[in-house]
Design a protein around this ligand. Structure first.
Ligand code: HEM
Length: 95
């Protein structure tokens, strides 16, 4: 949602997410390839898979990643373009 909250037990939040705090290097890869399997975020289990968005370029993904990491109340630092490319080369953690 606009302020980084998710939607009930369907979409996990991106603001104040303990999962994102621990797995921030996976964020670019989630945008490109999606993610499936049980996800625990702030004590709630999310089970619906997210589809990847293959039409986003690496630069767009880098911009969105760096926006999310410091949007709302997030203070999760930044990610270099090299780190974003590294994440995009690996989708092993998304299943
Ligand atoms: C840690 C990061 C993320 C996780 C764990 C995650 C997970 C999910 C999940 C579980 C859904 C629900 C799928 C469904 O109901 O069909 C979803 C939907 C979606 N996510 Fe993500 N997501 C993440 C980040 C993002 C980001 C950064 C974007 C934007 C580029 C994004 C774009 C979408 C879109 C477009 C949908 C579909 C919404 C719809 O169909 O109404 N997600 N995500």
């Amino acid at each position: 949602m606009e302020n980084g909250t998710g939607l009930a037990e369907l979409y996990p939040p991106l603001n104040g997410s303990d999962w994102l705090m621990l797995n921030k290097e996976q964020l670019p890869s989630v945008m490109r390839y999606g993610i499936e399997g049980d996800l625990m975020v702030n004590g709630i289990k999310y089970t619906i898979p997210m589809s990847g968005i293959p039409e986003l370029s690496a630069v767009e993904i880098s911009n969105i990643t760096n926006y999310i990491l410091s949007a709302w109340t997030n203070k999760l630092g930044g990610m270099s373009f090299e780190e974003v490319q590294e994440s995009l080369s690996n989708s092993d953690g998304n299943k």
